[in-house]
Design a protein around this ligand. Structure first.
Ligand SMILES: Cc1ncc(COP(=O)(O)O)c(C=O)c1O
Length: 443
């Protein structure tokens, strides 16, 4: 597969051109020499009709979708996705209401705040972490039936931060029966497309999704996709560039665009086989860990999420233990340790991880439970809360006040409560449990 953006920046770097244009580094330096701006022939991301459009077409062929690049992560794709939904509601005269599973990433909260979109929340079941919910088609259908009229869109995160994927085909079938679009935050699942069979949301019936290419494919941080299903209303694809441009920088990084471009050739050149082989190795690793008494969570093939308390440790403790051997995790909290693996990890990485995990002595299970699902009272809209003057206070001093900006640990950047909601005792206990010591409340 051709790599028009990468080829262009490489040729330009080697051309010896006198750069009388941005950026200010003038190509001096090992990284900088590949970093260009929209010089003649380089195309322009939001008005693409040259090498960028060609490269996006290749990506679209690989993903079987109308695919658009983001050089600002899935965060940008999510803002664009929500703007598209908002535009779509205006063209067909339906209220812009979205039913969203509560474990959203904060970029969704920012998007609905900026666009003033009306959100109704789908809560997880009682004993589920605020990071993960087990909803399925029947769950979504009950929620749709409880509403006065079906919303314009349902929004879910799959895979979630803990590695649980949702039955997207099932949820899509329900949504489409009610004339509702299905939007999926697939930031963690770009690679799902290349499993056999594909487990990518677009193949399973989602109308729009975002993928952070940089999270699971060999792409520089910031490289992401906005995919629109070819079965979705054409209006969405027709307006995708406009939606991305509304929120994106006018100086997208060509390093990131070239990296997305190269990923196309990488994927076309035997990635499926490498992924199949690597997934089998991770499956074997998971079985060995389970046999040693560890408990795992989730079904995402390349994520390894340990329920650490069952092995007698807090997530933080196990993370520190792994660090002693130079193994750095993606995320930990009191209950979980999340490791993200890709075929770029070496056999040595995998055997070291196994060796270290199996060398850790099992202790008595820690019985404390994480806080229960919180659903505080809403006082003002997300938009009003995000745009209000605010002050930072300790969780104890926040009782009864309204949350302004979302309070998150980063990662995972999933809000414990949402802007505009009233902080009650359950929220305060949850903040304390997750070690949050400052909360922004409306003045
Ligand atoms: C579930 C989820 N959605 C969206 C995002 C935002 O992705 P990006 O960092 O590519 O902007 C993240 C980032 O961690 C995430 O975990």
């Amino acid at each position: 597969m051709k790599t028009p953006i990468y080829d262009f920046v490489t040729r330009y770097a080697e051309s010896g051109a006198s750069r009388m244009h941005m950026p200010g580094h003038k190509g001096i330096g090992e990284i900088e020499r590949f970093d260009i701006t929209e010089v003649f022939g380089a195309d322009s991301l939001y008005e693409a009709n040259g090498i960028i459009r060609e490269s996006e077409k290749y990506a679209g062929e690989l993903f079987g979708a109308d695919t658009f690049y983001s050089a600002e992560g899935s965060s940008l794709s999510i803002r664009a996705m929500m703007y598209l939904v908002s535009l779509f509601s205006k063209t067909n005269g339906r209220p812009c209401k979205v039913l969203a599973a509560r474990n959203v990433h904060k970029s969704f909260v920012y998007a609905v705040g900026l666009l003033d979109i009306d959100v109704e929340w789908l809560l997880p079941n009682e004993n589920e972490s605020y990071l993960s919910s087990s909803l399925d088609g029947a769950f979504v259908e009950r929620a749709l039936l409880a509403m006065d009229e079906p919303p314009l869109a349902v929004y879910v995160t799959s895979p979630d931060y803990l590695g649980r994927t949702l039955p997207i085909a099932d949820i899509a079938e329900v949504c489409h029966r009610y004339g509702t679009l299905l939007l999926v935050d697939n930031a963690h699942g770009a690679y799902l497309k290349f499993l056999n069979p594909s487990r990518h949301p677009i193949d399973l019936g989602a109308d729009i999704c975002c993928d952070s290419a940089h999270k699971t494919l060999p792409v520089l941080t910031g490289g992401a996709y906005l995919h629109i299903s070819r079965a979705a209303p054409a209006y969405l694809s027709e307006n995708a560039k406009r939606a991305l441009a509304l929120f994106g920088s006018t100086s997208p990084s060509y390093l990131i665009l070239a990296s997305l471009d190269r990923a196309n050739a990488y994927i076309a050149g035997g990635y499926r086989e490498r992924l199949a082989e690597f997934s089998a190795k991770v499956d074997r690793l998971k079985s060995e860990i389970l046999n040693n008494g560890y408990a795992l969570f989730g079904d995402e093939p390349l994520k390894l999420t340990l329920l650490t308390k069952k092995y007698g440790y807090l997530g933080y403790e196990l993370a520190e233990r792994l660090m002693l051997d130079g193994i750095v995790c993606e995320f930990c909290d009191p209950d979980h340790l999340v490791l993200m693996l890709t075929p770029e990890n070496t056999d040595e990485d995998i055997s070291k991880l196994k060796r270290v995990l199996l060398s850790i002595e099992r202790r008595e299970e820690i019985a404390t439970m994480p806080p229960k699902t919180i659903m505080p009272m809403r006082k003002v809209s997300v938009r009003e809360a995000l745009l209000s003057a605010c002050v930072s206070v300790s969780p104890r001093d926040a009782a009864g006040r309204v949350l302004a900006s979302v309070t998150v640990g980063c990662p995972p950047a999933v809000p414990i409560i949402i802007s505009g909601e009233v902080i009650d005792d359950d929220c305060i206990s949850a903040f304390e449990y997750y070690g949050i010591d400052e909360v922004n409340v409306i003045c």
